[in-house]
Design a protein around this ligand. Structure first.
Ligand SMILES: [Zn+2]
Length: 277
């Protein structure tokens, strides 16, 4: 069934664990991610990112998400990830995403506030929760465009926008790391957690190190976004064996994704969630 993320992230926020957020890019990945959640009997956050539009557009992503999400035996949060175009985010709100991220983190503070506030008002009227980003999580660590989130700016941003959760930058990066496990700024995370009364989100979780991620969850991160690791698990499954059919390849890829999803539920101690249906 499709649900809002609100009660889940708030529960994680209070108890010091996190939910994994899994990006999906085709029917194989979404089925694999739901299978992991069903095996563990835990809610799942399934996300489509606007930047994956060339591979899968919003209409196809919604069709897949609503079809498989509504049939799942666990609660499914259908999330629009990194919406940079406000019109596209509104379309997502109108058509079935139960949670959206508006990403204006590359804009000046006041512009980020006004773009985010507009989406928050639009989403809340329609029962959809909104995530936004302040500071900037860059891509592929070599691109030195990450900016740590400033505590005061984030606190003001939360107050001014009424947003439901905030993606913060504390040293992770989208994509893969060229130079091993990143060093995260846990002091900054603790300060942010103290200053901001809403759930915090960590992007670029892939290959950030299990110990780092577990500690981040304990210190106040309530959702960790995972994409690259899942895509790589699928890719490596296809490389590691000879397959006698396309179908056996698809199953191997699905199993690899499911196993990794289960691993991340374990890392984030998501089973602290008391499951009610
Ligand atoms: Zn991200």
């Amino acid at each position: 069934m499709l649900v809002s993320s609100k009660i889940y992230l708030n529960d994680a926020f209070e108890k010091g664990y996190a939910f994994p957020h899994f990006n999906y890019w085709d029917s194989n990945s979404i089925r694999a991610e739901i299978a992991a959640a069903e095996e563990l009997n835990l809610p799942v956050i399934l996300a489509w990112a606007e930047k994956h539009s060339p591979e899968i557009g919003i209409d196809d992503a919604l069709a897949l998400g609503k079809y498989f999400g509504s049939r799942a035996k666990v609660p499914v949060i259908l999330h629009l990830d990194h919406g940079v175009s406000p019109d596209l985010v509104k379309k997502g709100i109108d058509n079935g995403f139960t949670s959206v991220m508006i990403d204006a983190s590359d804009k000046e503070f006041e512009d980020n506030v006004s773009i985010t506030k507009d989406i928050v008002e639009y989403g809340h009227k329609r029962g959809v929760v909104v995530e936004a980003e302040i500071g900037h999580v860059g891509t592929n660590s070599t691109e030195d465009n990450s900016k740590y989130t400033e505590v005061d700016a984030a606190r003001k941003f939360a107050e001014k926008t009424g947003v439901d959760s905030i993606a913060v930058s504390i040293g992770t990066s989208h994509g893969s790391y060229k130079t091993g496990t990143p060093k995260l700024n846990f002091d900054r995370l603790s300060e942010l957690r103290k200053a901001i009364p809403i759930p915090l989100v960590l992007h670029g979780g892939s290959s950030s190190g299990d110990d780092n991620l577990r500690k981040a969850a304990e210190l106040g991160i309530t959702k960790v976004n995972i994409f690259t690791d899942l895509a790589n698990a699928s890719l490596h499954a296809s490389e590691s064996n000879k397959f006698d059919s396309e179908m056996s390849l698809a199953f191997a890829q699905r199993d690899a994704i499911t196993d990794l999803c289960k691993h991340y539920y374990d890392v984030f101690e998501t089973n602290n969630y008391e499951y009610h249906i």
